[in-house]
Design a protein around this ligand. Structure first.
Ligand SMILES: [Zn+2]
Length: 96
């Protein structure tokens, strides 16, 4: 399944296979958009340009992106993973 994502760092849209949390280009965090791949493909050039401008505004981006995140993908969890990288087994034990 293809999903629409937006990278605020590269200021561009990405159609990615599956749910991604990091930009394939700059590797910083990206937002998955609520708009489906099918709906995006249906937009004409002007509508796509308007949509991209909306994404560039952070307020709109939070409206347009998916707010639901699986618990283990939340920001604190990723930070925790970074902090104690290499000790993944201990993290799993703590979270159980
Ligand atoms: Zn990027």
């Amino acid at each position: 399944m293809m999903y629409m994502h937006y990278c605020p760092h590269c200021k561009r849209m990405f159609m990615l296979n599956g749910h991604h949390l990091t930009c394939p280009k700059c590797t910083k965090s990206i937002s998955e958009l609520k708009i489906s791949y099918i709906d995006y493909v249906k937009l004409d050039i002007d509508e796509r340009a308007a949509f991209k401008i909306k994404c560039e505004s952070e307020t709109h981006l939070s409206d347009l992106s998916i707010t639901y995140r699986m618990h283990k993908y939340s920001k604190w969890y990723r930070e925790l993973q970074c902090t104690i990288a290499g000790q993944a087994d201990e993290v799993n034990v703590v979270l159980k």
